[in-house]
Design a binder for this molecule. Structure first.
Ligand code: MG
Length: 415
């Protein structure tokens, strides 16, 4: 089971009169905020932000990365509301960088401002977050080198901070929670004085997170201490070893050192590790809505079958219900069904009639080829008889005078 062990340290530095940095060590949530603003406003901003963050986050049983984002947004709103309510606090703001172990076992990281989070993996230090300040953006745009940026006079001009607007864009990062990895959260007072390779050297040398945090703050003070300095070191450990996780706020280094991956071991592939305690709270078996889905699918299938069945019955009834007179070769046939058939239902012979096409006037043949529909077998037979009668009368009329008076057109009997 993955656990986090943390140590932290903070100091006002050698120049500032107040420490406007705040930190959170409340497993599984860790954060650093660096306030800005005149008089007491900077402290108010950073304190308000971390209090709101912790308050919102602590009320969630199984937090997700989105919950951490929401908590950061709530922290922003809390600082904004304070600034709106009190003219003395107008324009105040704060940075916020926070890390939390979330429900899928990964580490979620949110960031606004120029406090930083570093990952320390396999002895290598990597800055995870981006600084939201003018100089960093000029470096990103290629308009300034990293070396020029380190001593740039405008490097403290922030481009994004918590509490300055009612809604703030918050960066989110996800990292796998891998035993042996360390994460470092810090205010800008550390990287302004201590270079990355020196930070990495301290993290390599000191296994205890509280000792490492204290040493990093002391190093920043030795190198000038021009700003407040705050450091939180978070170690990812395999909790199956049996030693308890640190209590929130532990900073004195009295706990046994956190196990760190032994040097020289080949690096394992980076992966996400599931967190048993979160999974255990989920109900076993299929989720309730998947049962609803199954029921819905069954109900839908039944309804579909009923509709298809009714449709088939209707087609069958229609296809077999009528009669028509058509041709089979030169024979006139009364068929049961519909001309040409309906889907799979083909017409069947109802009466062979015994009449051939030479007993019918040629003008009827096209209709007979298509099929002449009748409402019943009887009417179909009558129709055939009428055709025969018509042809007979016509033939009689065409005969020489042996049958005078029968000339003229006689309509066939109607049905
Ligand atoms: Mg600062």
């Amino acid at each position: 089971m993955i656990e986090l062990r943390a140590g932290s340290a903070t100091d006002v530095g050698k120049v500032r009169s107040k420490n406007q940095d705040r930190l959170v060590v409340a497993d599984p949530l860790f954060a650093v905020a660096d306030g800005m603003g005149g008089a007491a406003a900077g402290e108010v901003a950073s304190q308000t932000a971390v209090s709101a963050l912790e308050d919102v986050f602590s009320r969630i049983d199984t937090p997700t990365a989105d919950d951490l984002l929401d908590a950061a947004q709530s922290a922003n709103r809390a600082v904004w509301d304070q600034a709106e309510a009190n003219p003395d606090y107008r324009g105040m703001g704060t940075t916020l960088v926070a890390l939390a172990l979330v429900d899928d076992g990964s580490l979620a990281i949110v960031n606004v401002g120029d406090s930083r989070l570093y990952a320390f993996h396999d002895g290598e230090l990597r800055q995870v977050t981006d600084d939201h300040n003018l100089v960093a953006e000029l470096v990103q745009q290629g308009r300034l080198s990293k070396e020029e940026a380190e001593f740039h006079p405008r490097r403290n001009i922030m481009t994004r901070a918590l509490g300055v607007e009612p809604v703030v864009p918050v960066d989110l990062f996800l990292e796998p929670a891998e035993p042996g990895d360390r994460y470092l959260l810090c205010s800008d007072g550390l990287p302004r004085e201590v270079a990355d390779d020196q930070i990495g050297s301290v993290l390599r040398r000191l296994e205890d997170p509280a000792e490492a945090a204290r040493e990093l703050v002391d190093e920043a003070i030795r190198r000038g201490g021009n700003d407040n300095i705050t450091v939180v070191v978070v170690d990812v450990v395999d909790g199956n070893g049996g030693s308890p996780a640190i209590a929130p706020g532990r900073e004195d280094g009295t706990e046994p050192p956190a196990p760190v991956a032994p040097a020289g071991q080949p690096p394992e592939p980076r992966r996400r590790i599931r967190l048993p305690r979160f999974r255990a709270e989920k109900p076993p078996g299929p989720r309730p809505h998947s049962r609803i889905l199954t029921f819905r699918v069954v109900a839908f299938m039944v309804a579909l079958l009923v509709v298809l069945g009714l449709g088939a019955f209707g087609v069958g009834w229609y296809g077999r219900s009528g009669y028509f007179v058509g041709l089979k070769g030169s024979n006139l046939i009364v068929f049961k069904g519909r001309p040409g058939g309906v889907l799979w239902i083909k017409p069947t012979v109802a009466d062979a009639t015994g009449v051939t096409t030479d007993q019918v006037l040629p003008r009827h043949l096209p209709a007979l080829q298509s099929g002449v529909e009748e409402s019943s077998l009887g009417s179909a037979v009558k129709y055939v008889d009428s055709l025969v009668s018509e042809k007979s009368l016509a033939d009689s009329a065409a005969l020489p005078p042996s049958s005078p008076g029968t000339a003229g057109t006689t309509s066939p009997p109607t049905t």
